[in-house]
Design a protein around this ligand. Structure first.
Ligand code: PEP
Length: 257
């Protein structure tokens, strides 16, 4: 199973900056092997980025979508639209969607099922807030998000799923989880996957870590047995830092110790 490194550009970059970054990644990642790489630009830049990255192995994902396929939902974007434009992936349940825009577990579950039914691959984000970690509720929170988010999702869909553990207190704060803190939760998520889908299926699902990932901390995070990739926000906006993270991942796979 190759690790999966994804850049979440959030609501950043001008048209020119997004095009330049996509072109730089196209060139910079040409020879990369043994790592799957993706980017999630803002909706409006998706057509251009898909065009620039066409014919490469770099995946393009959206940062969100609606659960209905079409209709009177002003301001929303549907799964079929994402497929039309060339997206292979979609991020769902990002903490900014949950906490700034009130997305509930049940909304995320509906989106997840629609995306999978359309053949979009899903990066399903979950993670606890600072007060929940400090209150000793981390496992309870991620378990609730996991169970509700994947309700009604069968084993056959699991090859299309990546889970991203993103502790909210680590996102955009410069304070990443330690490799041990992350591994503890990733190990728990792996157990939850095993209980729901069986050992073999669970071992094939990639669990990314996200939260203040940098070129400096990527290697030690990836050294953990249940960290199978990274979801990168701030450090994915600059060619040099994102490429360094991808190359560190590649090195780590070639010489795991
Ligand atoms: C994210 O947006 O998912 C994220 C992890 O952001 P950052 O790397 O900036 O903390």
């Amino acid at each position: 199973m190759n690790p999966f490194v994804v850049g979440n550009w959030k609501m950043n970059l001008s048209l020119e900056e997004a095009s330049t970054l996509a072109m730089d990644l196209r060139q910079g990642l040409e020879g990369v092997d043994g790592v799957e790489v993706g980017v999630c630009p803002p909706f409006v830049w998706l057509p251009g980025v898909c065009f620039v990255l066409m014919g490469t192995k770099i995946r393009v994902g959206a940062q969100n979508m609606h659960w209905e396929k079409k209709g009177a939902f002003t301001g929303e974007v549907s799964g079929p639209m994402l497929k039309d434009v060339g997206c292979t992936h979609v991020l769902l349940g990002h903490s900014e969607r949950r906490h700034l825009f009130g997305e509930t577990d049940s909304m995320i579950n509906k989106k997840l099922k629609t995306a999978l039914s359309l053949g979009l691959k899903v990066i399903f984000c979950l993670g606890e807030r600072l007060e929940e970690r400090e209150g000793g509720e981390t496992f309870t929170v991620v378990e609730r998000q996991f169970t509700a988010g994947l309700e009604g999702v069968g084993q056959e869909a699991l090859p299309e799923l990546t889970i991203a553990y993103e502790p909210v207190w680590a996102i955009g704060t410069g304070k990443n989880a330690t490799p041990e803190q992350a591994q503890e939760v990733h190990g728990h998520l792996r157990n939850l996957l095993e209980n729901k889908y069986g050992n073999e299926t669970a071992s094939q699902v990639r669990i990314q870590y996200g939260g203040s990932v940098t070129p400096e901390n990527a290697g030690e995070l990836l050294a953990q047995p249940d960290i199978n990739g990274l979801l990168v926000g701030g450090a994915s906006l600059k060619k040099d830092s994102f490429l360094k993270i991808v190359f560190t991942t590649q090195e780590r796979m070639r010489s795991p110790i």
